[in-house]
Design a protein around this ligand. Structure first.
Ligand code: ASP
Length: 516
């Protein structure tokens, strides 16, 4: 049930959402919020800073609030004598309200720092509720998604064990290439800093202030059920991974009931993800509408600039990773890099058009076989790679989450960056090879470091071109590893292909009927 028009529908949703948001922003902007810091300009041209206290304010906006003026460093002598209710007030009316209280004339009031938006006009509130429903549905799936996909993903690698050396080698190369991709992404995002200056509010739960010891200890949940209940993603992952390893050790037959249960759960979660994704065009549209409707106009251009820088960061990173993969093909795979690129042409085009590694998989396999890779290697490496190995997605996840850390003003220290890197690889492994899968599993990386998922919709607006490029890099990684594994196993000759039936083929997980 691949919905070919899905990308188009999401784009349409984003476009309509942006229009709706702009209309709301123009007709009924959100006004002053608790926690805002305002710049109030006096008629003389001097500017004073007015903090709208969140605690003294009544979120319903009914009680008067006395604005707190940060020490009158400006020496303007402005003093607010009577209570003035600024909450929810439009910036155009704020100068009059301030004048009534202080007796001093103000020429304009602008937002310097935005507090969390809690007071919205009714129409914007309705849009907010619609968007939040989509977001909550997505979040509802995070825990079952991690448990089922990671557990079944690892536990079904029983086939890898059978393939012995080949399996281990493939897994090692896959992990290594994703680790390099994440490193490239993290380096670029630290250099380009696309999120700095956005000042999103609400990142109180982020883990940057925890010590490395905390981070290490927190990996191991004392109580796995508590980890699940509190959405402690790192703890859940640790438990699920050790459980999957134990299942691998015991073998599928011994743990059949447990395996079947989680396989069933895996299938169910895929169906649920499909349903929620059907709502994506509307959900994302409403989230975008709400984001735009609750900004102040000046902020929108800052936002657009940041998103452009973010896209640049991802594109540059993907290009670097692509070159590194081609170099690996030349140096380790001992294969002409230009021939590699030209032979991969049909796969690149398919990946570009479908945004799906799984849909491209048969083409990739054909291209790889053309590069003198034996079927025995290709038939194993490529399908497993289409599902599990996603260099482009890993890079994207790491860049995106660090972008959000910067945007939320969280100083991501070394420990936090390591967690982001590791969970980005896990999220890429967990992402199905279908359009925008990377955006769905990104909640995992965000939750792992305690960053809010409230601004994720911003990335949907620019995901289509980025997804095209990362899908190309994803399949390039699969083909490169196939070529490298072939060169490292000269004993497996392409002409011995008839032998491949002796080996059990690996069913690619994402080639199931996954709706998207
Ligand atoms: N579309 C990508 C793929 O199929 C997954 C992603 O969203 O990153 O490889």
């Amino acid at each position: 049930m691949h919905d070919k028009k899905f990308g188009f529908k999401v784009l349409a949703g984003i476009f309509l959402g942006a229009l709706l948001g702009t209309a709301l922003l123009m007709s009924s902007p959100v006004g002053v919020q608790p926690g805002d810091v305002l710049n109030a300009e006096l008629a003389s041209g001097e500017v004073i800073e007015v903090k709208v206290s969140a605690s003294s304010g009544d979120p319903s906006g009914k009680k008067p609030v006395v604005p707190e003026v940060t020490e009158d460093e400006s020496g303007t002598g402005v003093e607010f004598r009577t209570p003035v209710n600024l909450l929810g007030a439009q910036l155009s009316t704020a100068p009059d309200l301030l004048r009534e209280s202080s007796g001093v004339s103000f020429s304009s009031v602008t937002v310097k720092e935005r507090g969390t938006v809690t007071i919205r006009p009714a129409a914007t509130e309705a849009v907010n509720v619609g968007g939040q429903i989509f977001l909550r549905l997505l979040k509802m799936l995070v825990v079952p998604l991690i448990i089922a996909t990671v557990l079944i993903g690892i536990a079904s690698l029983g086939n890898i064990k059978k393939l012995g050396r080949l399996g281990g080698m493939t897994a090692a190369w896959y992990l290594m290439s994703m680790a390099v991709a994440v490193l490239v992404g993290i380096t670029l995002v630290n250099l380009i800093k696309p999120g700095v200056g956005l000042n999103f509010p609400g990142a109180d739960g982020a883990i940057a202030d925890r010590t490395v010891t905390d981070l290490i200890l927190k990996t191991i949940p004392e109580n796995p059920i508590a980890a699940i209940a509190t959405m402690d993603v790192v703890g859940i992952l640790f438990f699920v991974i050790v459980m999957a390893l134990a299942m691998l050790k015991l073998g599928k037959r011994r743990v059949a009931p447990v395996f079947n249960f989680f396989e069933g759960l895996n299938d169910i979660v895929y169906v649920l993800v499909g349903w929620v994704m059907k709502l994506a065009p509307i959900g994302v549209g409403l989230l975008i509408a709400h984001t735009i409707a609750t900004q102040d106009v000046a902020f929108i251009s800052v936002l657009l600039q940041s998103l452009l820088k973010f896209a640049l960061c991802v594109t540059l990173g993907l290009a670097i990773q692509f070159v590194l993969l081609v170099i690996a093909v030349a140096v380790i795979g001992k294969y002409n890099p230009f021939e590699f690129i030209s032979k991969m042409g049909p796969a690149f085009a398919t990946a570009f058009g479908t945004n799906s590694s799984s849909a491209t998989m048969p083409v990739t396999l054909q291209c790889v076989t053309d590069m003198k890779v034996s079927r025995r290697i290709g038939n194993f490496v490529v399908p497993v790679g289409a599902t599990l190995n996603m260099d482009g997605t890993a890079l994207f996840e790491a860049v995106a989450v660090l972008f959000f850390a910067q945007a939320f003003g969280v100083n991501a220290d070394f420990g936090m960056q390591v967690i982001i890197g590791v969970t980005a690889v896990v999220a890429a492994i967990g992402a199905a090879g279908i359009p925008s899968a990377g955006l769905v599993t990104m909640t995992l990386v965000l939750s792992a470091v305690g960053l809010p998922t409230t601004q994720m919709q911003l990335l949907w607006s620019i995901d289509r071109p980025l997804d095209m490029m990362r899908t190309v890099v994803n399949i390039t990684g699969d083909a490169a590893v196939a070529r490298v594994v072939q060169t490292l196993n000269p004993d497996i000759k392409p002409e011995e292909d008839e032998l491949h039936e002796l080996y059990e083929e690996v069913e690619p997980e994402a080639s199931r009927d996954t709706p998207a």
